[in-house]
Design a protein around this ligand. Structure first.
Ligand code: FAD
Length: 416
């Protein structure tokens, strides 16, 4: 794999940037692989990379119906954090955040990871109690969460001029999560893809899987694609919002609903905020990108859907809420809006497991799954390679709904 460094940049600049190696190959599709991964999003690519890197399994094909990294991994608001509520969740996300912090070095790809702190702006006492409870559990697992006063909230976010004592919803305080950060989503997909390719993994774009194939004994046997059948003893479904459309072809029903989540960005402005601002009581959050754009997200649309645009009422609710706390943003122009489809389980935690179709694994239910990509990939690779779940993901089992072992999480951002 070509090393990206200051020297290689300088050398390639002298030759007009014509000699860079391709980041990954486009080999012909084989008839058979040891492992097929469906979906070249964050989770599919990370799983492929760790299978090769940690377990030496390189006969792996990642099949992608569109282009690599064009799904939710390219559509999210890149918030990385570990402020969860349950004992089963926190260590998993702590691991993921720490892997993200080392990813630039480990993949030799600039992730532009910026550990910049998240500030939760709180307007009511039940919410504050919920977050304090979170803090007590998080303390056990060395994740940072700290209560702060209204004055401190305003110091950290000078543009926050609404929410005063006379307002409809006065701010009563805040919580600070210092481990939170943002990074560059394309780099995550491309970095994992490049490193996996260098280890021998194949990526096949424009290769949609149309159904799962099962042997006579019921085991997984491979997949049917638009380019013909591909055999594999193990298949991993990593297609986020499209999980049920694939698993249903093996007569497997999963407790997932697909919903639309949207985001939008403002025109670039001078630096006004260096933390991630989360106002979940009002239903919005934002951070400022390195280019100066405000990257703004709201709550998911509660209807089940596969749409990828933004509904007008979701947009108006989010902007209206933001202007209540940040009235000075009223003249900001918005540049772009987009959406993605998320798969959500009844307890808002992921499903990462081998299913009751032997050899068929799913990594799904990732409605806030960008932050989970490194730990999700590492632990799925462990499960696929060793046939036993990694301790960090054991609780996210497929059977927990049957056994009522729910891991009830609501987002700290804008879950409704
Ligand atoms: C607007 C928005 C904001 C978000 N903000 C955050 C955030 O701030 N922090 C956070 O942690 N998470 C966030 N998320 C969630 C996060 O993006 C997802 O949970 C995560 O990216 C999902 O995992 P993935 O990257 O593997 O999915 P994807 O990138 O969607 O990968 C799945 C891939 O499967 C492919 N595919 C689908 N069907 C097939 C098929 N039949 N054959 C072959 N390939 C197929 C798709 O084309 C896609 O490339 C956000 C999501 C959205 C939409």
């Amino acid at each position: 794999m070509q090393n990206y460094s200051f020297l290689s940049l300088a050398r390639n600049a002298l030759t007009g940037h014509k000699n860079w190696q391709k980041a990954w190959r486009s080999p012909p599709l084989k008839e058979k692989y040891e492992v097929v991964i469906i979906g070249a999003g964050g989770h599919g690519l990370a799983t492929a990379y760790y299978l090769a890197k940690e377990f030496g399994i390189t006969d792996v094909a990642v099949l992608e119906r569109g282009w690599l990294g064009g799904g939710n991994v390219a559509r999210n608001t890149v918030t990385v954090r570990s402020n969860y509520l349950r004992d089963q969740s926190i260590p998993f996300y702590v691991k993921s955040v720490s892997l993200y912090e080392g990813l630039t070095k480990n993949l030799n790809f600039n992730m532009m990871h910026s550990k910049r702190t998240m500030v939760d702006v709180v307007h009511n006492y039940p919410k504050m109690r919920d977050l304090r409870r979170r803090q007590l559990t998080m303390d056990i697992y060395n994740s940072t969460y700290e209560k702060i006063s209204v004055d401190r909230v305003r110091q950290l976010i000078p543009a926050l001029t609404g929410g005063g004592a006379e307002s409809r919803l006065p701010i009563i305080g805040g919580m600070v999560h210092k481990d939170a950060g943002v990074n560059r989503h394309d780099a995550v997909a491309w970095g994992y893809a490049r490193a996996a390719d260098a280890l021998g993994v194949e990526m096949h774009q424009r290769t949609a899987v149309t159904s799962l194939l099962r042997a006579n004994n019921g085991d997984i046997h491979g997949v049917e694609t638009v380019k013909g059948p591909v055999k594999a003893k193990k298949v991993v479904v990593a297609v986020s919002g499209h999980t049920t459309t694939i698993t249903e072809t093996a007569s497997l029903r999963l407790p997932l609903r697909t919903m639309n989540l949207t985001a939008f960005v403002s025109e670039p402005i001078k630096p006004i905020v260096d933390v991630i601002v989360n106002c979940s009581d009002l239903g919005f959050y934002f951070s400022q990108s390195d280019k100066g754009e405000l990257v703004i997200g709201g709550a998911p649309d509660s209807a089940q859907s596969f749409r990828r645009d933004i509904k007008q009422h979701v947009f108006e609710d989010t902007v209206g809420a933001m202007l209540e706390l940040f009235p000075s943003f009223k003249n900001l122009k918005l540049l772009r809006q987009w959406g993605g489809h998320l798969d959500i389980t009844p307890d808002a935690s992921p499903i990462m497991d081998e299913t009751n179709v032997p050899g068929l694994f799913v990594t799904a239910g990732w409605w806030g799954g960008y932050k989970a990509i490194p730990a999700g990939g590492l632990t799925m690779a462990h499960h696929v390679a060793t046939n036993s779940p990694h301790p960090l993901m054991e609780a996210f089992s497929y059977n927990r709904f049957k056994n009522l072992d729910y891991i009830l999480e609501t987002g700290t951002t804008t879950a409704r």
